[in-house]
Design a protein around this ligand. Structure first.
Ligand code: CAA
Length: 387
């Protein structure tokens, strides 16, 4: 079934087919088990690395594929349709740490980290949130103090995707001093590696959905970070994080579209097979209307996502489109998976069938990388800025 409003190029179709085949072979058969066991095999990341899926937007000079944002999102949707847990690992890695090092890293930092990241040998993570700093990210408290040629970091980061398994983590920490706080302008971005003295992995969260994706807290206990690991300017880390989330949110929107599409496809198939009152339930207009609305909302989410991706690649600020895209796609994923469960009836509610997992996985897309309420704030602020 093809319902892309914006036609894909031949190259994008080839990549889409390649990633779909890969996902069907290497991810779909394992997804339910990984969900039950709350982990995934690192081998799948290695395989994705070999295909170039961990360096899709990195230049070829850094062993990346040098592709545009839309092509990356087409691939990400395919992974998400197979398993949203693997998709978030891919999204965070491609959208946040790799792009931050590419954009603000020195030549030496890029040489050190980007090639192994592009090949999937190093998995990336992004540590912004803290137990007391979620939506109000600029209120973060992890403190960095300069001591000679090191920074010493103390505090706790929370909700870190890939955290326990990541090899390269971009962590935001305060670089201002307690006697001279500078708010959002007193935060730096540091490249953290797990071998640093004082780095500890904290609690692994027991989540409702995305169970195979490890979400952990990180503890920095007098962690000594070489000064050469600071990205860019010491007071610009929050702005880097926000600019990066403009891209990250597109990844989460693609993940949401993938979840919604999978729920739709399962529902359409089930509705043609399931018989009640002497006929397939897809013969009932009540079910047809549900499927029509699901397909319409998914198509609209994908169209806005591709538009936002094109806006990003044209340059300039893409905050508003990115937030609109994440908002629409994540609320669509939640709505579509709810309809899917309704179409499946009791079978939708048991783990033997796929839609209860999709329903559980969809919810987080309305929360992480900025809640739906934060997306509305970003959108509304820009509306007023434009008037
Ligand atoms: N691009 C460039 N600059 C930006 C920007 C953007 N998108 N957003 C903010 N800035 C700049 C502002 O211009 C401002 O700069 P000046 O100092 O020059 O004025 C500075 O950053 C501070 O901005 P605000 O005054 O807007 O900051 P704020 O405190 O009001 O916060 C917010 C804004 C939008 C609410 C922001 O805090 C936010 O996005 N919160 C949500 C946090 C979030 O998404 N967390 C997700 C964590 S990652 C995750 O989910 C885990 C995972 O691994 C998947």
């Amino acid at each position: 079934m093809s319902w892309a409003l914006i036609p894909l190029t031949d190259e994008q179709r080839t990549i889409q087919a390649m990633v779909r085949d890969f996902a069907r072979e290497h991810i779909t058969p394992c997804a339910a088990q990984w969900d039950r066991e709350s982990h995934f095999e690192r081998g799948v990341i290695d395989e994705m690395g070999k295909l170039g899926l961990l360096g899709m937007m990195l230049p070829e000079a850094h062993d990346g594929l040098g592709l545009d944002t839309c092509t990356y999102l087409v691939a990400l949707e395919e992974i998400a349709a197979a398993d949203a847990s693997i998709a978030v690992a891919m999204s965070v890695h491609n959208s946040l740490p790799t792009q931050m090092i590419l954009r603000w890293g020195t030549e030496a930092q890029q040489q050190l980290w980007l090639r192994p990241m592009a090949r999937g040998e190093f998995l990336g993570a992004f540590a912004l949130s803290e137990p007391e700093a979620g939506s109000d990210a600029a209120s973060l408290r992890v403190q960095a103090v300069r001591e000679g040629d090191h920074w010493v970091l103390n505090g706790v980061k929370s909700w870190v995707t890939n955290g326990g398994t990541a090899d390269v983590i971009i962590a935001m920490a305060r670089t201002d001093t307690p006697d001279k706080r500078r708010g959002a302008r007193g935060i730096g971005a540091f490249v953290i590696t797990p071998d640093l003295p004082g780095f500890k992995v904290g609690k692994k969260e027991d989540k409702m959905g995305l169970r195979a994706s490890p979400t952990v807290s990180l503890i920095f206990d007098n962690m000594r970070v070489p000064a050469t690991n600071l990205l860019g300017e010491p007071g610009s880390g929050f702005v880097y994080a926000m600019q990066s989330l403009d891209n990250g949110r597109l990844g989460i929107a693609a993940q949401a579209v993938g979840i919604a599409r999978a729920a739709f496809e399962h529902s359409a198939r089930y509705a043609s097979e399931r018989k009640q009152f002497g006929q397939s339930i897809n013969q009932f207009q009540g079910i047809q209307f549900k499927l029509a609305d699901m397909a319409t909302r998914i198509a609209a989410s994908r169209a806005l996502l591709y538009m936002a991706a094109a806006a990003k690649d044209r340059g300039g600020s893409n905050s508003q489109f990115s937030s609109m895209s994440k908002l629409l796609a994540s609320e669509t994923a939640m709505w579509v998976t709810t309809q899917a469960m309704q179409i499946f009836g009791g079978y939708g509610y048991i783990t033997e069938y796929p839609v209860e997992k999709l329903f559980r996985d969809a919810k987080i897309t309305e929360i992480y990388e900025g809640t739906s309420e934060i997306q509305r704030i970003v959108i509304a602020r820009e509306l007023y800025a434009q008037s």
